[in-house]
Design a protein around this ligand. Structure first.
Ligand code: BEZ
Length: 252
């Protein structure tokens, strides 16, 4: 997945704006050492630092990290894989917003998090949960099949686990899950109907590999038609986001 850091900041700012409420759950204390796992362009990482923490942001995308460093030169940012990272000095807490659904090797990521926390350390995260974006996903699959791309229709770029599935993984790895929620969060798309195509262009690249631009535009229009009855609420288009949010503590 190749990220466009400018487009992300411009048209998909809701990703980190919604992250503010996840940040509240983190309850940052001044002086704490905190890791922002999948920090993107670094907006929330900077906020964590504003609370007085010593923060490091990691992200697998070199473009995102470059943008984060440019925007926030006083914060430490490193390119690293969420399922394959290591720090010699452990953290008091690890925070992650809207990232873990990209990480198919969930057990590896959870192990890296566990190993990078101090005993008693917190893992506070939100990700797409079971049923997330189900309408746009179903519409995309339907239209790709109709256009003769069954091999693209079966792609699964994201991992949207149920609450039971993910919290079981956390417990198996040695965490005590102190809270977990699975809830609907209809999410306003920027630019109404055009927001559907923009969303898929930003996040759904994998579905359109090898399709020329003219046909892709046609496919995106058909997908928009299919989701319209569910997404269009008096001219505002809301995507069917479903969140999984949890706080887990590394047992002493
Ligand atoms: C999400 O935040 O749930 C999400 C974002 C992009 C693609 C898929 C899911």
């Amino acid at each position: 997945m190749k990220w466009n850091a400018e487009l992300y900041d411009d048209k998909h700012a809701f990703v980190f704006q919604y992250g503010e409420s996840v940040l509240e759950l983190l309850e940052v204390k001044p002086g704490e050492r905190i890791l922002d796992l999948g920090c993107g362009t670094g907006h929330l990482t900077q906020e964590i630092q504003n609370h007085g923490a010593e923060v490091t942001g990691i992200d697998a995308s070199a473009d995102m990290i470059a943008k984060a460093k440019e925007s926030y030169p006083r914060v430490t940012f490193i390119v690293a894989d969420a399922a394959d990272f290591h720090f010699d000095e452990p953290f008091d807490a690890i925070f992650s917003n809207a990232v873990l659904h990209w990480v198919h090797k969930a057990d590896d990521a959870i192990k890296c998090v566990y190993d990078s926390l101090k005993p008693g350390g917190r893992f506070v995260a939100e990700m797409g949960g079971k049923g997330n974006n189900a309408l746009i996903l179903a519409a995309t699959q339907q239209v790709l099949e109709k256009h003769g791309y069954p091999q693209l229709a079966v792609k699964k770029p994201w991992y949207f686990p149920s609450l039971g599935e993910y919290t079981s993984k956390l417990e198996k790895a040695g965490f005590r899950v102190t809270s977990a929620y699975h809830f609907d969060r209809p999410t306003l798309l920027q630019d109404g109907r055009a927001g559907v195509a923009k969303w898929l262009n930003m996040f759904g690249d994998a579905f359109f590999e090898g399709i020329d631009e003219t046909e892709k535009e046609q496919i995106l229009a058909e997908i928009s038609d299919l989701v319209e009855p569910h997404y269009n609420k008096n001219g505002d288009w809301y995507a069917d986001y479903v969140r999984l949010r949890f706080v887990a503590v590394k047992e002493n």
